[in-house]
Design a protein around this ligand. Structure first.
Ligand code: MG
Ligand code: MG
Length: 256
């Protein structure tokens, strides 16, 4: 079932989204060579605690066989595209770090991700991140009343494919509300004019994740979470929670 939110509910979701933006900013500020991923998770936990929010990531297990996720952020380094676990790994100069964060505040969820280089950036990483961010903006621009989910998907993929990136639709965007993953699924590639119609009050996470090598395949580590490019190439993941409104798309996870 696809639920639509009232203007008052969107205000409540914006409050949750602002906490997520705060988490991403704090983690980005703290990320540097020599810092452990567990330390970044602690930084994000402190932001949640200060806001009186809880984590929709912590303990999350999509299937009974999946071990509960142990962190409040996914920290995905280099060839890890999604769902990286905050381990004791130390960041190194030149790493590419993706941070995916979520918060639940007053019963509403926000979900957002960003990717950035740690220390000295590699030009190829900056180009990959730029492609992902342009794809996110294209997807958001397509999130208007009268379009369909396929228009968002197609807009994302057009940018990613033009950038030579691999795109995989097994994981992608989704409805957001009182839980993190709701209908509809918002794939990162699709056909314009197809899929669920976008109506005012629909809230979706739009989240391109691209593989620099151009191959669409991935592998999941034995930990049940860590999702890596199959070809070993680096990955970027960016995400916002976006409301479709009569006045156009509203980014609920924008910085304050
Ligand atoms: Mg996310
Ligand atoms: Mg998401």
């Amino acid at each position: 079932m696809i639920e639509l939110r009232t203007p008052g509910e969107l205000e409540a979701m914006r409050a949750a989204g602002a906490v997520v933006a705060d988490m991403l900013a704090a983690v980005r500020n703290a990320a540097a060579p020599g810092v452990r991923l567990t330390e970044l998770d602690e930084v994000a936990r402190a932001v949640l605690a200060d806001a009186g929010a809880t984590s929709p990531f912590l303990g999350y297990a999509p299937q009974p066989t999946t071990p509960p996720f142990p962190g409040v952020v996914c920290l995905s380094v280099n060839d890890v595209a999604l769902h990286g676990i905050p381990t004791s790994r130390e960041l190194e100069d030149g790493d590419l770090l993706s941070v995916d964060a979520g918060a639940t505040l007053d019963g509403w969820v926000g979900d957002s991700a960003t990717t950035f280089p740690v220390g000295t950036p590699r030009p190829a990483d900056l180009a990959l991140v730029d492609t992902a961010e342009r794809a996110l903006q294209a997807g958001i621009a397509a999130a208007v009343v009268g379009n369909r989910v396929g228009d968002v998907s197609a807009a994302i993929a057009a940018v990613g494919r033009a950038g030579g990136c691999g795109i995989n639709t097994d994981q992608g965007g989704h409805g957001v509300g009182r839980t993190m993953h709701e209908a509809p699924h918002v794939p990162n590639e699709g056909r314009p004019g197809r899929g669920v119609p976008l109506r005012a009050g629909l809230v979706i996470a739009i989240e391109p994740w691209f593989l620099a090598g151009g191959d669409d395949d991935y592998r999941v580590d034995a930990d049940g979470w860590t999702l890596r490019s199959a070809d070993g190439s680096r990955a970027a993941h960016v995400e916002h929670t976006v409301a479709v409104t009569a006045d156009g798309p509203r980014i609920l996870t924008a910085p304050r």
